[in-house]
Write a protein that binds this ligand. Structure first.
Ligand code: GAR
Length: 191
């Protein structure tokens, strides 16, 4: 059985979708959810789905090996960043396979400060005609690792950050779990 842990900072719709997708999966287990925000809704979602939910501080992440040791003990195969807004320290990337989802077509609209609604606002401000999602491996440079999967959606002139977020959300729900599955089980295509 391959084990994943999910790191998230916010609402956790992706985390919930991943947990649901892998419930009763023959080869992949969503082991636990970890958040740097004590009141993040993602922790409640995980508990409701009977998945362990944990909070950690930025200090614990950056200045101790607590989390690293915990992940080693659990013998995890993959760290999934699902709306995780801190930079993951390099020690994690060196030791574990890490995958991230970004709500735009990287390499455009990536980098520091580019998360959630900020990304959609920037895309609209530049009058782009398309946006989408990028699922990529995480390396030591922000929003930079190998791209595993991208999907596009049109941006219309009447789109708002909210309506664009809704289109992106549909793509995220459809493709993130399947890309994780393909990554872990060695399939070459996630569609
Ligand atoms: C998702 O749209 C994800 O792509 C984005 O945060 C949102 C989290 O939503 N991630 C980033 O912007 C990373 N740079 P959720 O908490 O409902 O899953």
């Amino acid at each position: 059985m391959k084990k994943i842990v999910i790191l998230a900072s916010g609402s956790g719709s992706n985390a919930e979708n991943i947990i649901r997708y892998f419930t009763n999966h023959p080869s992949i287990l969503a082991d636990s959810v970890w958040s740097n925000k004590q009141d993040a809704f993602v922790l409640e979602r995980a508990e409701r789905l009977n998945v362990e939910a944990h909070h950690f501080t930025r200090k614990e992440l950056n200045e101790t090996d607590q989390l690293l040791i915990e992940f080693r003990k659990r013998e995890i195969d993959l760290i999934v960043l699902a709306g995780f807004l801190l930079l993951l320290p390099q020690k994690f990337v060196r030791e574990f396979l890490v995958v991230n989802i970004h709500p735009a077509l990287l390499p455009a609209y990536g980098g520091k400060g580019m998360y959630g609604e900020n990304v959609h606002r920037a895309v609209l401000a530049n009058r782009e005609t398309e946006s989408g999602i990028t699922i990529h491996l995480v390396d030591e440079v922000y929003d930079h690792g190998k791209i595993l999967f991208r999907a596009k959606c049109p941006v219309d002139f009447q789109d708002t950050p909210e309506s664009l977020a809704a289109k992106i959300h549909v793509l995220e729900m459809e493709h993130f779990p399947r890309t994780i599955e393909a990554l872990l089980l060695g399939s070459t295509s996630s569609t």
